[in-house]
Ligand binder design. Structure first.
Ligand SMILES: Nc1ncnc2c1ncn2[C@@H]1O[C@H](COP(=O)(O)OP(=O)(O)OP(=O)(O)O)[C@@H](O)[C@H]1O
Ligand SMILES: [Mg+2]
Length: 242
């Protein structure tokens, strides 16, 4: 697949297959094209050449076809402000299940469950404007959970969150994996999650896939390490000696 923005940035010859029921981490430096690639995968951007298949269905520009595929995908935007649009988070979270034409009782049950899962039940009547950034990200995740998708595409699901929220997100995601056998494709700059949570790793550099394999191999690869930098480099720069 190929894509380019008017700014000149290009996604070049990106080709990969994601196995079902696994967790795959997409990493790469700021501006390497991770968000762009995710937007191509969910049909928010159109490739210049090549195509995307999700569960063997070709992503098309036909709105009805696209909706059928989208129903099985939950896409978490990097910035929750691109995702939340309703006056209250409760309304926001109910939008997806209502679009699935579920019974009102089922919609209510899913919304309550999703709010509870991200620890935001007491904020359900809040406007997204009156929530903190991390709370907005959690509300956005709740919106996906309420759709019960088979594939979660998560753009920086752990960035800007406190440890307790990360822990809580992981509990929910792992529970969904066990119960519904979902597939997770997430981006992260934080190699901790790529190393310890992902089963597969993709490393994007300047819009090209530089590495595709296991985190162990990828994070052990000296070229990848050099491009990514490390905590050790930072530590050696700032560590105080007393
Ligand atoms: N809408 C746009 N129009 C033109 N150029 C864009 C647009 N969005 C992103 N870009 C450019 O594409 C490149 C890749 O951006 P992208 O957001 O995909 O990177 P990223 O890997 O997700 O970065 P980060 O780690 O900061 O989230 C950047 O150089 C950016 O300037
Ligand atoms: Mg990004």
């Amino acid at each position: 697949m190929n894509f380019s923005y008017n700014s000149g940035f290009k996604i070049q010859n990106v080709s990969f297959k994601l196995e079902e029921k696994i967790i795959c981490g997409l990493t790469g430096n700021n501006g390497s094209g991770k968000t762009t690639l995710l937007r191509l995968l969910v049909g928010l951007l159109k490739p210049k050449s090549g195509n995307v298949k999700i569960f063997n269905n070709l992503l098309t520009r036909n709105k009805q076809e696209l909706w059928k595929i989208r129903k099985s995908i939950g896409f978490l935007f990097q910035n929750p402000d691109d995702q939340l649009f309703a006056p209250t988070i409760e309304e926001d979270i109910s939008f997806g299940p209502r679009n699935l034409k579920l019974e009102e009782e089922e919609v209510r049950a899913r919304v309550d469950w999703a709010l509870e899962a991200v620890n935001l039940s007491e904020f359900k009547n809040f406007s997204p404007f009156n929530l903190s950034w991390g709370q907005r990200k959690r509300a956005a995740l709740a919106g996906l959970l309420a759709m019960k998708p088979k594939l979660l595409i998560l753009d920086e699901p752990f960035a800007n969150l406190d440890f307790k929220s990360i822990y809580n997100h992981l509990i929910i995601l792992e529970k969904l994996r066990k119960e519904n056998e979902i597939t997770i494709f997430f981006t992260s700059h934080n190699l901790f999650f790529v190393e310890h949570w992902a089963e597969k790793m993709l490393f994007l550099d300047e819009g090209k896939i530089f590495f595709n394999g296991t985190p162990r191999e990828g994070l052990g690869n000296s070229n990848v390490k050099q491009l990514l930098g490390s905590y050790d480099d930072i530590l050696s720069l700032i560590k105080k000696s007393y």
